[in-house]
Design a protein around this ligand. Structure first.
Ligand SMILES: N[C@@H](CCC(=O)N[C@@H](CS)C(=O)NCC(=O)O)C(=O)O
Length: 299
């Protein structure tokens, strides 16, 4: 191959026009919710329950981070962390309702409203929500500056890295309407590199931040724990995830935590029905849920 323009022509017949226009669906899973503009598409108030903390979410990796944190706080005895979790079905466009956009102008789950202060406080971006709750309840975030900084570095690492995994590898390997070798190669390389970053870190540390379980683990586990266990994008064999033994050891330990078992069920609409709790308003909801209340439906 002589130069980059030759390479581009060999790989793809597509020549981008001077100005991109949104004139056809992009194809692939989730194509129907993609738009090049922000803001509400319709008027839709958000429901409000009895607790100060109102969570609007869905049981995806980004959503699970927050429900795990809330259940961990409750497990520690912080009754102020009682919450109502409302289901936002993103495939039905509920993230574009005016109420939701008021809480998160970026139209993505999870989003939190805290009514415990003089004015309702909105919090969006899962990393920001984890940090907010950790500060509010003084939990799962070390106070020692060195340990706190390590924890925050890994939290930010996750927020910056997971889009390469989900939007990059997951999208092109599992969801795109065509299999593009270049894109899959590029993002498989990055997904494996990220797994190796974690594997090396966890070779000498019980948890991501060190000895203590923190919001860094809660943020990273839903994405990379399930990836290393071969549960994401049906890609276990392709990525040879069994190589990441330390990540698997860490993921197995986290999965056994009672709060994690509960948190991963909240707002979940996929998988076996007995793993789904579409809305959560009270601790007893985990016990009271019945299969016939849960209608299988896509997210
Ligand atoms: N950086 C954001 C990402 C959130 C995100 O991508 N949420 C997805 C579900 S996991 C979503 O709501 N997608 C809806 C859409 O893109 O319209 C966070 O961590 O909170």
């Amino acid at each position: 191959m002589s130069d980059t323009s030759d390479t581009a022509q060999v790989l793809s017949p597509y020549a981008p026009p001077k100005v991109w226009t949104w004139n056809k669906p992009s194809g692939g899973r989730f194509a129907n919710i993609n738009r090049p503009v922000a803001g509400a598409t319709h008027e839709q108030e958000l429901p409000k329950g009895k607790h100060p903390l109102q969570l609007y979410s869905l049981g995806t990796p980004n959503g699970i981070k927050v429900t795990v944190m809330l259940e961990e706080l409750l497990e520690l005895g912080h009754s102020g962390a009682e919450y109502d979790a409302w289901l936002i079905r993103i495939s039905e466009g509920m993230q574009f309702g005016s109420g939701f956009v008021g809480v998160n102008p970026n139209s993505k789950i999870p989003a939190l409203l805290d009514y415990s202060g003089p004015e309702p406080q909105r919090v969006f971006e899962s990393g920001s929500i984890l940090f907010y709750l950790a500060e509010k309840f003084k939990a799962f975030l070390p106070t020692d500056l060195a340990k706190r900084t390590e924890c925050m570095s890994w939290l930010f690492w996750q927020m910056g890295s997971a889009p390469y995994l989900g939007g990059g590898f997951g999208h092109f390997y599992a969801y795109a309407p065509v299999k593009i070798e270049y894109a899959i190669d590029r993002f498989a390389m990055e997904a494996k590199r990220e797994l190796d970053v974690l594997n090396q870190r966890l070779a000498n540390n019980r948890f991501i931040g060190g000895d203590d379980y923190t919001i860094a683990d809660m943020s990273i586990w839903p994405w990379y724990g399930s990836l290393a266990k071969g549960e994401r994008y049906d890609s276990g064999e392709f990525l040879q995830v069994h190589e990441y033994t330390h990540v698997i050891r860490w993921a197995n330990e986290i999965e056994e935590r009672p709060a994690v078992k509960r948190g991963r069920m909240v707002n979940r609409v996929m998988g076996p029905l007995d793993t789904q709790l579409h809305e959560r308003h009270d601790a007893s909801d985990f016990l009271n849920r019945t299969q016939d209340k849960l209608q299988p439906k896509s997210a």
